[in-house]
Design a protein around this ligand. Structure first.
Ligand code: MN
Length: 287
């Protein structure tokens, strides 16, 4: 039997802020964002369910660049439409995931879909940033459009673990990743208990998006908090004290410097300066 990952710390998230006019998000990694301690993960924004009035002008965030990492957008409610400088256009709805490799650099925009904005309604989503190792920071920009039906669902009591990346209970997630990463969308009903098994030595983060859980039979954790686990050990016991929505994130640390500046994440200041120059020179394309 493998040993528990122990709780290293529990972090409160700052208040929500707007990203463009479309997403009121909580930055759930707080001060740990972009720190080596949570490698390969960089940042997580969570937009809790919010009601939007019908509008002919879809809310969202206009053209901006990314380079050197991946963005993983999980939609819970509503529809998010993406357009980028490679010419790609995609729209994802409830349960769908867009796993975008910014790699060598692109420019994109993220809006509520035109149709969903016209209807109005509830929108909720997460966006996780996953770092790329130095050898893959120049990967060709592309994205994986992952539909709800492609994501294995492992029943847990009255709840479910949706395996987006990595493997849980013998089910393998559809996302292709550059380094070993687990991303599981965990939804539990009050009273459900499960053991999540990650890899010995890997980073493990458990943001609580909604509800309340008890971890390893010892600590109660409420919504908008992040549980950071030890790298040592492999298993995590989760019991839902209320209906709960969580993200289980595991990953092999990338043992390289992280230098982040806005939408660019590189290994050195020189590379950041180069990325800014490349963007200004139009080398990441335009919409
Ligand atoms: Mn973006």
């Amino acid at each position: 039997m493998s040993s528990h990952k122990t709780i290293a710390r529990i972090i409160d998230s700052p208040q929500p802020h707007w990203v463009g006019d479309g997403f009121l998000v909580r930055p759930l990694f707080a001060d740990l964002a972009f720190q080596r301690e949570i490698s390969p993960f960089l940042m997580l924004d969570y937009a809790a369910p919010a009601m939007f009035r019908p509008s002919d002008t879809p809310p969202g965030v206009g053209p901006h660049p990314h380079k050197g990492f991946e963005t993983v957008t999980i939609v819970y409610d509503g529809e998010v439409e993406h357009r980028d400088s490679t010419g790609a256009i995609g729209c994802i709805g409830p349960g769908d995931v867009q796993w975008m490799t910014a790699g060598s650099g692109l420019v994109h925009e993220e809006f509520h879909s035109r149709a969903a904005a016209k209807r109005g309604g509830i929108v909720s989503m997460s966006q996780l940033w996953v770092n790329l190792p130095k050898r893959d920071k120049s990967a060709t920009p592309h994205y994986q459009d992952i539909r709800k039906a492609q994501i294995p669902e492992v029943p847990v009591g009255g709840g479910v673990v949706r395996v987006i990346a990595g493997e849980f209970a013998g089910q393998r997630g559809p996302a292709s990743t550059f380094t070993p990463v687990q991303v599981w969308d965990v939804r539990l009903k009050a009273g459900d208990r499960t053991t999540l098994t990650l890899n010995e030595g890997d980073t493990a983060l458990l943001p609580v998006l909604a509800g309340k859980v008890k971890i390893n039979g010892e600590r109660e954790v409420a919504a908008s908090r992040l549980v950071v686990f030890s790298h040592a050990g492999a298993t995590i016991e989760v019991e839902a004290l209320e209906d709960a929505v969580l993200l289980m994130l595991g990953g092999e640390p990338i043992d390289e410097p992280v230098v982040a500046y806005g939408p660019f994440v590189m290994n050195s200041q020189d590379e950041i300066r180069q990325a800014m120059a490349d963007y200004r020179a139009g080398k990441m394309g335009a919409l």
